[in-house]
Design a protein around this ligand. Structure first.
Ligand code: DQA
Length: 144
């Protein structure tokens, strides 16, 4: 089975963007780590990053028939996008939400997530290791 890893806006800048918050690993490092974690669980993983809400929504729709589940770090769309939350609930696949930073330690506008209401599991503040945890949790959800 294949799982989809989606990263939202500005996560293409990982490694150089506010490294004191997000660390020094790049998006390529994160995708490689997730791919490895998936292989350990006998899962395939497809990764996509986009800065565009509609591209993420299209990818969620396309996953409906071809993927077993979706791991998503929606970036700032977490806090703004009813449309991404609706897309995720529309495809009725298991969803694991990931945030690299502990959003609850940060500005109040980062404390609410539209996506959390439709996620099976949420991993926050584990740094990029959160992606490994997300893959392991997705494997667990898919094995039930
Ligand atoms: C983030 C947290 C969001 O508030 C922020 O807009 C991001 C990254 C995280 O991974 O910690 O872009 O989702």
């Amino acid at each position: 089975r294949t799982i989809l890893l989606l990263n939202g806006p500005n996560l293409n800048l990982l490694g150089t963007r506010e490294p004191e918050i997000y660390g020094h690993d790049t998006l390529a490092d994160v995708e490689r780590l997730a791919m490895q974690a998936a292989a350990e669980q006998q899962l395939d993983l497809e990764a996509l990053q986009s800065n565009h809400e509609g591209v993420l929504i299209d990818a969620i729709h396309e996953a409906r028939l071809s993927k077993g589940g979706i791991i998503i770090n929606p970036g700032a769309f977490t806090h703004t996008s009813v449309a991404i939350a609706d897309a995720l609930s529309g495809v009725s696949l298991p969803v694991v939400e990931v945030h690299i930073s502990n959003v609850h330690q940060r500005e109040a506008f980062r404390h609410h997530s539209y996506v959390s209401a439709v996620a099976s599991s949420i991993i926050i503040g584990a740094g990029v290791n959160g992606y490994r945890l997300a893959v392991q949790q997705m494997a667990h959800l898919l094995s039930r």
